[in-house]
Write a protein that binds this ligand. Structure first.
Ligand code: CLF
Ligand code: SF4
Length: 323
């Protein structure tokens, strides 16, 4: 298993990313494995609505396509999200990425764009990240570019409509409900066209694929091949967590997942350190501070020299010692 991000190590063979984008990848805890212990992300849970119904989703919980199922994040308004970002960044300057990943689908919520506008205005140096089921991607791409999102995750669980029809119960598209293969065809068409357009526009695209034994396990490598053609940067094969209509399906074992990742590796760089975070998580991937006590949060140390400089006045003001 490669320990390091091969694309960054072979900068010359990367797609034509600007130095600015390469910096953002290097500081992104999900896109660059080496960054996960050094840099953090904050998720802003501003997007409660969803426009599809996945069979493994129980609606009162966070979106399973990016997050951990079984937990519910408190929804914030864009203004509350900005205020939370201010507070969290003042204390944890090693956070470099602001992500919107639910609790529903970010593209089904206008609040997603309002929030990114507010964040971009006040924190232009931060990387804006988003995760979506891709249904509205072609139509919303201009908005995504306008607000300055540079890293985008699209969940692609199948590129064969017959298989996708077993994973998604229905979609709501332009006010109409579609089911079965017809729904799957619309979603896949939009996902693939949207990914291609996003890559062409210079966004660094990650694909999440939920591995569902007996449904898409034999098909995932085909997805990887297609993602290679489209110029996807990295792929995250996530284990099914069985709930909803898939409550009776046994999740994949670690070995099964590893075998799928190895089969996909020749086509797309594999992410192997995903923590299936909550839609309101913040901090390092391994230390979700939204779930920690105040005391424990205070123990989290400043990560970089540069960050230490920035944090000094705050620490001095609080009368704390960062050594
Ligand atoms: Fe968040 Fe996702 Fe952006 Fe990362 S999470 S929106 S790409 S900033 Fe990361 Fe968390 Fe795994 Fe997602 S570890 S669930 S892959
Ligand atoms: Fe649930 Fe996410 Fe699927 Fe929407 S996209 S139905 S929130 S798992």
């Amino acid at each position: 298993m490669p320990e390091e991000n091969e694309c960054l190590d072979k900068k010359d063979s990367c797609p034509a990313f600007s130095d600015e984008l390469l910096r953002k990848i290097a500081e992104h805890p999900c896109y660059e494995q080496k960054a996960q212990h050094r840099y953090g992300r904050i998720h802003l849970a501003v997007a409660p609505k969803c426009n599809i119904q996945c069979n493994f989703c129980v609606r009162e919980f966070d979106c399973v396509n990016e997050s951990r199922p079984g937990v519910t994040s408190k929804v914030l308004t864009p203004e509350e999200a900005l205020e939370k970002t201010r507070e969290v960044l003042a204390e944890y300057p090693f956070i470099k990425v602001v992500g919107i990943a639910g609790p529903g689908d970010p593209l089904a919520n206008d609040a997603t764009f309002e929030t990114f506008e507010l964040i971009k205005k006040e924190f232009p140096q931060l990387t804006l990240c988003m995760s979506t089921n891709g249904l509205m991607l072609p139509e919303k791409l201009q908005d995504i570019l306008r607000v300055g999102v540079s890293t985008l995750t699209v969940t692609v669980n199948a590129i064969d409509p017959e298989i996708q029809a077993k994973i998604v119960n229905h979609i709501v598209y332009h006010g109409k409900v579609y089911r079965g293969v017809e729904a799957a065809e619309i979603q896949i068409k939009n996902q693939l066209a949207g990914i291609k357009a996003a890559v062409d526009a210079g966004i660094v695209v990650k694909v999440n694929t939920v591995l569902v034994p007996g449904i898409n396990d034999k098909h995932v490598v085909e997805i990887a091949r297609k993602m290679n053609e489209l110029g996807v940067y990295i792929m995250n094969v996530m284990p099914l967590i069985n709930q909803g209509a898939f409550a009776d399906i046994e999740p994949p074992t670690a070995e099964e997942r590893k075998a799928v990742q190895e089969a996909c590796e020749p086509y797309v760089l594999q992410m192997r350190h995903c923590r299936q975070c909550r839609a309101d998580a913040y901090g390092l991937l391994s230390q979700d501070m939204s779930q920690m006590s105040e005391e424990r949060r205070k123990l989290i140390k400043i990560r970089t020299k540069e960050d230490m400089e920035k944090a000094k006045p705050i620490l001095e003001k609080n009368g704390k010692d960062h050594a």
